[in-house]
Write a protein that binds this ligand. Structure first.
Ligand SMILES: *Cc1c(COP(=O)(O)O)cnc(C)c1O
Length: 455
């Protein structure tokens, strides 16, 4: 076999021409979204009140395994794709492991993460539908940045509700969004009813993703020619991210490399779902026996400690109900949590696959995550995002297991982004100012109690 280079690059022509829709292959599909008033499946029309039509059609499509990527979106992708697959030779050497480690790096664009893959697609469809503006929320800021870039490119106005705590911690993120022309509002804000209500109830709150979502939806509903767009959790977002897995598989197949373990960090589930998509389809078809591992923070453990129930996607209870692993829409992670991935729920497809035993999940405390991040930065050169470092941590641990057993496993993980805007968190870690907090069962109970009683 040819020697494997440090980086496997694909050509522009090898950017996939279609996204992969793993739901088409699943024998048992994820449960459909429910209307929270009737408890009946949300209809296309109901969903189109809030979301773009073409995205709703993708969301509801559980039969087509491949969905064509319009040439206009492929042109956008060409500005920063294909993304390289890297063989982590330096990390392997440092760990002295017989394992072969590969990662797919998605941080080579100004937004600094994989989120641009879905932003480019969503705004293309919004434009095609004749919309003039969209609203969204952003927590850590990567999604807001990606969307600002896409909106600037396609010429749409954008309002971003940015979780107040993050906006104050990451002023440069906000500045990048503004540079691309976005209107950035700290959430909770007095521009929406739900925001005013939360401000009244919790004065001085630093906000939450669930609350910012409610504000963005409210504004979209009352603005003409405007829809709401979301950077994770939904199935069409996961499908757009399948470009990660499709490119990874094309690159690795060239060298006859088949992973034994595929690892991704899991917030709302889009990068992990996208990375594993083509490999999971093969597993469902009985063609491989890959171990898929979702990695989440111990402080926001939706898969490892959540319930598989119908729940709202937001604090303000405006979204349809989704059957997913959830900590309850009332859950808010501890305030010292710095590593991202703070969403209370998980994409419904991934939740179903996890529930049916097709993948496993584990969680880590944040100091273990930053330990891995620093180790990785020093040997592989790339400064990873804290979110991505959850996957690094798990990959290192799997490689160390191989060292003990002497097995030569092939490990693939998703390196979703760069950590340039997370230097406050890195500084806290380096100064030993970072604490770990694992919620007690009592803490979690408050979130569970917020689950809607529909059963
Ligand atoms: C948003 C984000 C994540 C988590 O989102 P998913 O939808 O779970 O992929 C992970 N890494 C980075 C760098 C992100 O920006």
């Amino acid at each position: 076999m040819a020697e494997i280079p440090y980086k496997i690059y694909l050509s522009e022509n090898e950017i996939p021409h279609a996204w992969h829709n793993v739901r088409a292959v699943m024998k048992d599909k994820p449960e459909p979204f429910l209307n929270p008033e009737t408890f009946k499946p949300s209809t296309r029309d109901e969903l189109c009140n809030v979301f773009c039509e073409e995205l709703v059609d993708q969301e509801l499509n559980v039969t087509d395994e491949y969905i064509e990527i319009p040439e206009e979106i492929r042109s956008f992708y060409k500005m920063y794709r294909p993304a390289p697959i890297v063989r982590a030779y330096n990390l392997e050497k440092l760990l002295d492991t017989p394992a072969h480690i590969y990662y797919k790096f998605e941080g080579n664009n100004t937004s600094g993460s994989h989120k641009l893959n879905s932003a480019a697609a969503q705004i293309y469809y919004a434009k095609k539908q004749g919309l003039t503006s969209v609203t969204t929320e952003t927590g850590a800021g990567q999604w807001g940045t990606a969307l600002s870039m896409a909106c600037a490119y396609y010429g749409l106005d954008l309002t971003v509700y940015m979780v107040k705590g993050s906006a104050e911690l990451k002023p440069h993120r906000k500045a990048v969004m503004q540079t691309y022309g976005a209107d950035v509002i700290h959430s909770p804000s007095d521009t929406t009813e739900v925001g005013r209500k939360i401000l009244e109830q919790f004065p001085g709150t630093s906000g939450s993703l669930g609350c910012a979502i409610s504000e963005a939806i409210e504004t979209a509903l009352k603005t003409p020619n405007c829809k709401y767009v979301l950077g994770s959790v939904l199935n069409h977002v996961l499908m757009h991210q399948s470009i990660i897995g499709l490119e990874a598989k094309t690159a690795l197949d060239k060298y006859g490399v088949q992973p034994d373990i595929v690892i991704g960090c899991a917030g709302g589930g889009s990068n992990l779902g996208g990375l594993i998509s083509p490999y999971m389809a093969d597993k469902i078809r009985g063609k491989n026996d890959i171990e898929f591992i979702a990695v989440e923070p111990a402080s926001c453990p939706s898969l490892t400690r959540g319930f598989y129930e119908f729940d709202y996607g937001d604090t303000g209870r405006t979204t349809p109900l989704m059957k997913m692993y959830t900590l309850g829409h009332g859950f808010i992670p501890a305030s010292n949590h710095a590593g991202g991935l703070r969403y209370h729920g998980m994409n419904t497809t991934l939740s179903k696959l996890y529930h049916d035993g097709y993948m496993t999940a584990k969680s880590y405390v944040q100091t273990d995550i930053f330990d891995a991040a620093v180790q990785f930065a020093r040997c592989e050169g790339t400064l990873p995002a804290p979110e991505s470092s959850h996957a690094i941590r798990a990959a290192i641990d799997e490689a160390l297991k191989c060292k003990e057993t002497g097995e030569t496993k092939t490990i693939l993980f998703g390196l979703t982004g760069t950590g340039y805007f997370d230097m406050t968190a890195y500084t806290n870690f380096l100064n030993k100012n970072m604490g770990d907090y694992i919620p007690t069962d009592d803490d979690l109970k408050k979130g569970y109690d917020s689950l809607p009683k529909i059963q």
